[in-house]
Design a protein around this ligand. Structure first.
Ligand code: NDP
Length: 323
């Protein structure tokens, strides 16, 4: 099978396409012939070494395809089933993978492979951010950074369906337009406008009850300035670099703020919770409330170019690889 591997951390050029032998699926595993593979910003954190990775290793966490074979003791799935997976071991950038059945979900007919690969990790993230980390409900005004990105465009749509007003940050006018088309109530260009000033204007001086910040280092301080008293700062990513040196006194000074640094794996940490979150996501896709926008498609062999585009802020919506 063909797989993207890396033997050292660094720029996109460390990603290599290699031919390797995939062992037969072990007990409790299935082999999936990928039809589409999701590209996520977390892949870049592993490639650059921000998140530690055992090397040499594969890249990527999610994909969708057809069950090609099943390991001993597998009863939940059969050859030919349409499935998707996330949260398993790294190595999804490949034409075939073995995955434990715990992380595999059956695809309803209404959800095609590309939608599943583009939307599972990002959509489950939005599920827990809007429903579990903070319960966003009709009338709330929230600040969501990188609103035109993969997670961002799903969040804009899902929030709109809940009656939530998204103030979305973006870096260009085209991205602003895209975010608004997907349901953002207002957009702020954080490369040239003051985010706290605009947020205070848009909330009659009150600030927002929650900020969803996946940009990290570059936006941390301004995000805190946008919160109401006792507001919640949800720092869920590091696209601009990790947040370091958090000063608790600052949280106090800015109004008894709360902070959390969540991960999908801690919310979908049991099969029951994972299935319930997937059902919620597939439900909003089936109802039409959320469409998973795929802004970029690359061949598997061009994984480096896909990651480069994502890291360089040239993408909107989700990016997938096609094996
Ligand atoms: P995106 O498609 O959102 O891409 C990242 C976006 O961040 C860019 O398009 C860009 O938008 C913005 N950005 C701001 N500053 C920078 C910078 N210095 N370098 C690069 N991008 C920057 O990626 P994903 O949808 O894959 O992921 C979004 C974020 O959510 C990531 O930080 C990811 O790690 C995080 N995440 C966290 C999860 C969790 O459970 N904790 C799960 C899934 C994702 P613009 O040009 O408009 O500024």
């Amino acid at each position: 099978m063909r797989q993207i591997q890396f033997t050292r951390t660094g720029g996109p050029d460390v990603l290599e396409l290699v031919e390797t032998e995939l062992p037969p699926p072990a007990a409790g595993e299935v082999r999936i012939a990928n039809r589409a593979i999701g590209v996520n910003f977390i892949d870049i954190y592993f490639r650059t070494g921000l998140y530690p990775a055992e090397l040499p290793g594969g890249m990527g966490f999610e994909g969708a395809g057809v069950i090609a074979s099943v390991g001993p003791d597998v009863t939940e799935f059969e050859v030919g089933d349409r499935v998707a997976y996330v949260l398993g071991p790294r190595g999804a950038y490949a034409d075939e993978v073995n995955r434990p059945t715990d992380v595999v979900v059956a695809l309803p007919d209404a959800i095609d492979y590309e939608t599943a690969a583009a939307g599972l990790l990002k959509g489950l993230t939005v599920q827990y951010l809007l429903h579990q980390t903070f319960a966003a409900t009709a009338g709330h005004k929230i600040l969501f950074h990188a609103a035109a990105g993969g997670v961002g465009l799903i969040a804009c749509q899902w929030a709109r369906a809940l009656g939530v007003y998204v103030i979305g940050t973006v870096s260009t006018e085209d991205k602003a337009e895209t975010a608004r088309q997907h349901g953002a109530w207002q957009t702020i260009d954080y490369t040239r406008e003051s985010v706290p000033e605009r947020v205070l204007e848009l909330t009659d001086g009150r600030g927002v009850p929650v900020v969803y910040d996946s940009v990290g280092k570059a936006t941390w301080t301004d995000s805190l300035k946008c919160l109401q008293k006792r507001g919640l700062m949800v720092s869920f990513g590091n696209a601009s670099g990790p947040v370091e040196g958090v000063n608790l006194a600052e949280l106090n000074r800015r109004g008894s703020l709360f902070v959390t640094r969540p991960s999908l794996g801690d919310y979908a940490d049991t099969r029951t919770r994972y299935e319930s979150m997937v059902a919620d996501l597939f439900g909003v896709i089936a109802s039409g409330d959320v469409h998973i926008p795929i802004g970029q498609r690359f061949d598997l062999a061009d994984a480096a170019a896909a990651q480069q585009a994502l890291a360089d802020r040239h993408t909107t919506g989700s990016t997938i690889l096609l094996p």
